[in-house]
Structures are given as C-alpha cells and as structure tokens.
Design a binder for this molecule. Structure first.
Ligand SMILES: [Zn+2]
Length: 321
C-alpha cells in the first residue's frame, strides 16, 4: 500500500484550515504528483508481478549522515529491483549527464540520486545476506511519455510502456531458480521491520495555530458551515451527513498530523474544536480510540490521518455523502 508522506498529510490538513504560503502550494502540488505516480506504479507492478514476489513501498534507511527513501522495492527469486518513480509530464531531456526541463537546466541529476540510493541499499542487501542481485531503475510512470534519455545506461531506467515487458522477462529469469518463496518473505519482513521512521516531520508553529481556523470541516467539501446534531453533523454547503463521532475522531487525527511531536493532550486537542464539541465528549473519544501514554500525560499520537488510522472502523451511525 502506498501511504501519503506525513508532509503531504500535513499540507492537506493545513490547507483546510489556513491559507498556504506560495511555497507550500508548490510543495503540496509536488507531493500530489509524486503520490499519484507511486500509486500508479504500485498498481501496475502489483498487476504484472508473480504472486510469490513481494512489493514493498516507502522503506527508509540511514547510513551515517545519509538517508534514503526507497519508493518501491520488488523482491524476486533473482534478487531485488528497486524503482525510483518519476511522474514527469513536462519535457525532460537527458543527455550525457545533463538534464533539461522544458529547455532549462535541472539541477538535480536523477541518475546520481538513483546511484546514491542504490549504494546505501546495497549495504542493507549485504547486511541481510540476501541471495540474489540488487538493481535499480528510474521508472518514468507518466502516460504522456515526455522524457527523452540519451547516453544513459539502459538498465538504469524504464518507461511505463516497457514495464509489462520487463516484468514478463523478470518472470522468465526466475523460472531457472528453485522455489525460495520463504526466503523472499523473510527478506520482506526484515525490511519492513527495520525500515526507519522519518525524522523530518513537519510541525505547525503556535503562531500559525492561533491564526488557523478551528472547528470541524465537512469531510466532503471542507466547508466549516456545519450543523451539529446529537449523532450526526450535516454540512450546510453540500448536504453531506457524517457520524459525529467519526467527524470528531477525524478532527483529532488532523490535529495529530499538524503537531507530530506532541502527545494528544485532552485540553490541547479540545482547543481545535473551537468550542463546537463539549470537553467531556472529546475526552471520552480520546479514551475510546487512543492509547494512553504510559510515561507522560495524554494519549499516543499516531501521526496518521483518519483514513489510515481508523478507516476500517465501522461507526454506529452511517454517513450519507
Ligand atoms: Zn460539505
């Protein structure tokens, strides 16, 4: 499963409550395009892969001061294939070490980045004692096919149109190997267990929190014009009806995303509702859905939006969206 980065979740939550800066608007656009590209790549590779291969996403490792994030890693009988997904729809042109985007120089070299990531992943590969080879590719996933590459090692990149064929050939290569499904699963479990947390989480300043709009916004249209009933909230702008408990929980999760380094303290969480919900009720919902923090006051902040943390929960009162 592809999960939005905390930065993306943070920008999305903030956008509902406060005007983003010009820079943040750019950032949320980049995050959205990147996320959509990874979703698409994950979907296609999952479709083309053999059932005993494992496809992992969002792995993160550090080595000294260097830090890498692996978009997608496919574990097969013949080894690991890492994909760095690029969702480009402008005109990219690479020739002998230089990139141009719509005719202008691009400072970051994607191939250099790929090699850096591969070098660190190689150490992880050795640390596990993984059996097969390790390779990596830039995957240009956008359907518009506007990337032109000259003079690069062909093994280091792949375009969307060639992905299916590549996966088929990978499957053929695997035919010569003994069944090592168990080994593949062991490696995948190890990688998931040892993937490191993101240490650069975005957090809101108190000053911006004060300026930020408080209260519950509509889950469909993000309007703050909502009518509170006992068990439901109704949006006066679009007519969506949502279970009140769910809306409160969703708002608490949003607060947790904005302040990833804070525990969920009842009084602080209460403030995000701007007086719309009784203190008692906020406390009750925190108790019901969140784990108490053993050493400090408050509850453990999952730093995940509602969909990721509670998307599976069934509520007694249904939404009418
Ligand atoms: Zn609405």
């Amino acid at each position: 499963m592809i999960i939005k980065t905390q930065e993306y979740q943070w920008l999305e939550e903030l956008q509902c409550r406060l005007a983003l800066t010009k820079l943040e608007e750019k950032e949320i656009f980049i995050q959205r395009v990147g996320f959509e590209g990874e979703l698409e790549a994950f979907k296609l590779i999952s479709e083309y892969k053999q059932h005993d291969w494992q496809l992992l996403s969002g792995l993160r490792f550090t080595q000294g001061m260097s830090e890498i994030q692996v978009d997608l890693l496919l574990i097969t009988q013949v080894g690991w294939v890492m994909f760095e997904v690029k969702n480009y729809d402008s005109n990219y042109h690479y020739r002998d070490g230089k990139w141009l985007v719509n005719g202008l120089p691009k400072t970051r070299d994607d191939f250099a980045q790929l090699n850096r990531t591969l070098a660190i992943l190689k150490n992880v590969h050795q640390r596990i004692g993984a059996s097969g080879e390790l390779s990596g590719k830039l995957l240009f996933i956008n359907e518009s096919d506007t990337v032109e590459i000259e003079g690069a090692e062909p093994a280091l990149f792949i375009k969307r149109a060639k992905l299916k064929d590549f996966m088929r050939r990978l499957g053929e290569d695997c035919l010569n190997y003994l069944d090592n499904t168990h080994q593949i699963a062991v490696e995948a479990n190890w990688l998931n267990a040892h993937s490191e947390p993101d240490l650069h989480l975005r957090s809101l300043t108190d000053e911006r929190y004060d300026k930020m709009r408080k209260g519950i916004y509509c889950c469909r249209c993000a309007s703050f014009h909502i009518q509170f009933e006992r068990y439901h909230i109704c949006c006066e702008s679009c007519g969506a009806v949502e279970a009140a408990e769910k809306a409160i929980l969703r708002t608490i999760c949003g607060y947790g995303i904005l302040f990833p380094y804070k525990h969920l303290n009842t009084r602080e969480v209460y403030s995000v509702f701007g007086g719309q919900v009784q203190y008692r009720r906020v406390k009750k919902i925190l108790n019901k859905y969140f784990q108490r923090n053993a050493s400090q006051a408050g509850f453990i902040n999952p730093v995940k939006n509602f969909e990721y943390q509670f998307g599976h929960v069934k509520f007694h009162y249904n939404d009418h969206l």
